[in-house]
Design a protein around this ligand. Structure first.
Ligand code: NAG
Ligand code: NAG
Ligand code: NAG
Ligand code: NAG
Ligand code: NAG
Ligand code: NAG
Ligand code: NAG
Ligand code: NAG
Length: 255
């Protein structure tokens, strides 16, 4: 290569390199969901009224915080009605909450480009939108299971320490009232360990609905990850998590 050609080559390759970095950061700006789901049974077409309603609804959803990390907005009429909700983990501060909801919306629209219904779960929040009513619904299409691969050495002892913690948190969260149904705590586990737990429902559920939802998913521990030292089950209207390390933000939200 001539000197000029070499320089041109390096100039071009650095340009391409920067360009690649740029596109990469643009498309991967949001971290991956823990889990997400696009409902393929109902699609909208490009530029339809449903799509326009979805655009408007999701643009405004982040402004509907009830003060405790729950967001809900429904717009449109008839078959073009769009329902949307978001729920932040009860210990997450408002800034982390808002950016989690924002990231979820951006991500879901990319991952589910023409689906009327979608849901995405992050550590700190979930976002769901649908053409079907969400508030008050207890219909569960699928469960997300996340388990620590490490098992307790004494599974029976571990379970007999974990069960009462989750039972207490379930009662506390269910009784939390119409704005916030969240509870977290800890209990001394086997061999001087501490088990930390949190449970949460969307606040539109009644006390009984919340308690039933949590009972259902907590009962799945025995079948899906009996003895694991950490686990979560996530559904749209309730979830729990337990670990043998501190994962709940101690300095919870002040509101
Ligand atoms: C909806 O769109 C997805 C792909 O985006 C496709 O796989 C699915 O079959 C569609 N569903 C219907 C009912 O057409
Ligand atoms: C949707 O609207 C955009 C902007 O008005 C336009 O560029 C695009 O071609 C439209 N797509 C369809 C399928 O009509
Ligand atoms: C709404 O959708 C249902 C089922 O797809 C259809 O039977 C009904 O005619 C639609 N209604 C309107 C007003 O478009
Ligand atoms: C946890 O609390 C601290 C102190 O209030 C705060 O700086 C931090 O952002 C919080 N983290 C989350 C995820 O809310
Ligand atoms: C934990 O226990 C499950 C069954 O209870 C087993 O399948 C798995 O291999 C165990 N994991 C480890 C790391 O021992
Ligand atoms: C366990 O929770 C209590 C409040 O119920 C708190 O005072 C204590 O610091 C927690 N223990 C640990 C080890 O985090
Ligand atoms: C959903 O939003 C409506 C309208 O802002 C509000 O009146 C209602 O209380 C909200 N529902 C819940 C469960 O927060
Ligand atoms: C729905 C929403 O609030 N979207 C915002 C998310 O954050 C990006 C970048 O900060 C904004 O451009 C979006 O408007």
């Amino acid at each position: 290569m001539s000197n000029f050609a070499t320089k041109l080559f390096f100039w071009l390759s650095s340009f391409i390199y920067i360009y690649l970095i740029h596109t990469t950061t643009t498309t991967l700006a949001q971290p991956d969901f823990l889990s997400y789901f696009c409902e393929n049974a109902a699609n909208y077409t490009e530029n339809s009224t449903y799509q326009k309603n979805l655009d408007t609804t999701l643009a405004a959803l982040p402004t509907t915080n009830n003060g405790f990390g729950f967001f809900n907005l429904t717009t449109g009429q008839g078959n073009d009605t769009v329902h949307s909700v978001a729920l932040c983990r009860g210990d997450v501060n408002p800034d982390a909450c808002r950016s989690c909801v924002n990231d979820s919306i951006v991500n879901l629209r990319q991952l589910c480009p023409n689906q009327k219904e979608a849901i995405g779960y992050y550590d700190y929040c979930l976002v769901k939108y649908s053409n079907e009513v969400i508030l008050g619904s207890t219909r569960i299409k699928f469960y997300v299971y996340l388990a620590n691969t490490q098992n307790a050495t004494d599974v029976d002892q571990f379970n007999s320490d974990l069960a009462p913690l989750l039972k207490k948190l379930r009662g506390d969260a269910a009784a939390g009232g119409p704005l916030r149904k969240f509870a977290s705590g800890n209990v001394t586990g086997p061999v001087f360990s501490t088990i930390y737990g949190l449970v949460q429902c969307t606040p539109d559920l009644s006390e009984i609905q919340c308690s039933d939802c949590l009972e259902d998913i907590i009962n799945r521990i025995a079948f899906y990850f009996n003895g694991a030292v950490g686990g979560r089950v996530l559904v749209p209207m309730c979830n729990f998590r337990y670990e043998i390390y501190r994962f709940v933000n101690q300095s919870s939200r002040v509101i």
